[in-house]
Design a binder for this molecule. Structure first.
Ligand SMILES: O=P(O)(O)OC[C@H]1O[C@](O)(CO)[C@@H](O)[C@@H]1O
Length: 511
């Protein structure tokens, strides 16, 4: 059914309508979703496009796919399991989920009551890292009595810095890993164990907590069973913030942050399920994304939060979007005959304006931009916030509005410079406005992107819940690591350059 998708009348009508639609934000279109305002005015827009989009979504079976997702059906076909992260933030979750939530809450409450664990060292990578990192950065800016450090990279400098200067007696090491087999995480956990051992603590393992979908493995490693918090194989790593993976966030910035984020995400879930297509924010963002990628040919999406507290949002969304949509075959294993998933990149504004905005304004390719900003601030300087808002709005407007060579001849600018000052305009963007940076708003924002990605996967016909390419790279790295440690290379196993460097670096890597 999915073969030759680009040749179907539904796709052709959609693409045609997108080409001829207005691209200059002639009308204001702002969607309301779970307390967020999502302005999609600066995307392609026309009544014909809306009609073609509804046809396309019907043809691709969005309704049934969404029902299957929320019902916990095995939507992850290549791994034969569900992707049921939505149930984790449900107000009435199944008993096993509720029990684990309660165990996390009780652990954190006890630690707080006893004022235990002044330092947390969090070890985990990818989906077992970005979510907690993002939430702690977003809500920890005022400072708390507990310090938390995140160690992800296999680079020994990461764990060295993560442990440096801490008092082992009051340090809790949280090891987060869905599989409990990830090389980076296990190596770093071993280093932390050795560090605790060297402090001659009565039982170093009591300083560990494990969060995993493979509890047996964590227990075998040595973590006491009471310190092992579980989640399930039907929770994808990049969707795991809603599970026990949030424990370090609760320790660092409070359990209420987790509860608030879950409530915001649950409200976005409801919006996604109920809102009509035209008002449905994840659906409209997804359609705009598909147009930008597959019709207009933009290869990337820039994400620019005008809020320094959202520093890790870009990394979080990079994993969410690129691990989910970085696929070129459909669910049947046939090549998708359209470009799929965009590269996601960015950084907070206004820093971004002084880094890559020139390329956005006048580069030959350009990219759509997601501008994200809070209406209200939480600091004491309204003038700073006015400037921040002004920059966000102005950059978006400048990307939209062209400046012709004629306009650039403003009477002051010499003629030979006018050409350099002209900008093409018509760059697509979204403006997402949070009321303020509350846990509820951040939860809603993350769920908005999750569902946007899901709808895009439905349109392209791909499975957004696996990541076989990453697994391939991991396997290769394990083999190379063994060769660097002295194993013989099999002739012809590597390309000549890789073989050369393995040989060259093998002698050095031990020192
Ligand atoms: O939580 P784990 O099993 O340590 O895996 C870490 C990350 O590695 C990946 O498998 C690949 O990046 C992610 O999907 C996952 O979040």
């Amino acid at each position: 059914m999915l073969k030759g998708f680009a040749q179907t009348p539904q796709w052709k009508a959609f693409a045609e309508a997108a080409y001829s639609a207005d691209s200059r934000a002639s009308n204001v279109r702002v969607l309301d979703a779970a307390g967020l305002k999502i302005d999609v005015s600066a995307q392609r827009m026309s009544p014909e496009l809306d009609r073609a989009a509804a046809e396309l979504l019907g043809f691709r079976g969005l309704d049934a796919a969404r029902k299957a997702l929320f019902a916990g059906e095995k939507v992850n076909s290549t791994e034969d399991r569900a992707a049921w992260h939505t149930i984790l933030r449900d107000l009435a979750p199944p008993p096993a989920v509720a029990l684990e939530r309660e165990r996390v809450r009780a652990f954190v409450q006890r630690a707080d009551t006893e004022r235990r664990w002044r330092n947390i060292v969090h070890i985990g990578i990818g989906g077992s890292d970005w979510g907690p990192r993002l939430a702690v950065e977003a809500f920890g800016y005022t400072g708390r009595w507990r310090s938390i450090r995140f160690v992800a990279n296999i680079d020994g400098h990461a764990i060295e810095g993560g442990l440096a200067g801490l008092d082992p007696h009051d340090t809790l090491v949280v090891v987060s890993s869905k599989s409990f087999t990830t090389t980076e995480t296990l190596h770093n956990a071993e280093r932390a164990l050795a560090w605790l051992r060297s402090a001659e603590l009565p039982d170093p393992y009591q300083h560990f907590v494990a969060i995993t979908a493979n509890p047996q493995r964590a227990i075998e490693w040595g973590v006491p069973e009471a310190h092992v918090f579980r989640f399930w194989d039907w929770v994808g790593g990049r969707y795991s913030l809603w599970s026990s993976i949030s424990l370090p966030v609760a320790l660092a910035v409070g359990s209420e942050v987790i509860a608030g984020m879950q409530a915001g995400a649950a409200e976005m879930d409801e919006h996604f399920r109920q809102a009509p297509l035209l008002e449905n924010a994840p659906v409209q963002l997804a359609l705009a994304g598909v147009i930008n990628r597959s019709v207009l040919g933009y290869a990337s999406l820039a994400v620019v939060p005008y809020d320094t507290r959202l520093f890790y949002l870009v990394s979080y969304l990079q994993q969410l979007e690129m691990e989910s949509l970085g696929k070129s075959v459909d669910k049947d294993g046939d090549a998708v005959d359209l470009p799929t998933g965009s590269a996601v990149w960015g950084m907070p504004g206004t820093d971004a304006q002084h880094t890559f905005f020139q390329w956005l304004h006048q580069g030959s390719d350009g990219a759509p931009v997601d501008f994200i900003v809070c209406r209200h601030h939480d600091h004491r300087w309204p003038e700073h916030h006015r400037q921040l808002l002004a920059n966000c709005l102005a950059q978006r407007a400048a990307l939209l509005r062209s400046k012709t060579v004629e306009e650039s001849r403003d009477g002051v600018t010499p003629d030979e410079l006018a050409m350099h000052k002209a900008t093409p305009g018509g760059r697509p963007s979204n403006l997402i406005v949070l009321p303020r940076l509350t846990p509820h708003a951040l939860g809603a924002l993350l769920a908005l992107y999750e569902h946007k990605v899901f709808v895009q996967s439905v349109i392209w016909g791909i499975n957004p819940f696996d990541q076989w390419g990453v697994e391939y790279g991991k396997t290769m790295a394990n083999g190379v690591a063994r060769e660097l440690a002295g194993d013989r290379q099999r002739p012809g196993q590597h390309d000549p350059s890789t073989a050369f460097w393995i040989q060259r670096l093998a002698a050095k890597s031990g020192s």
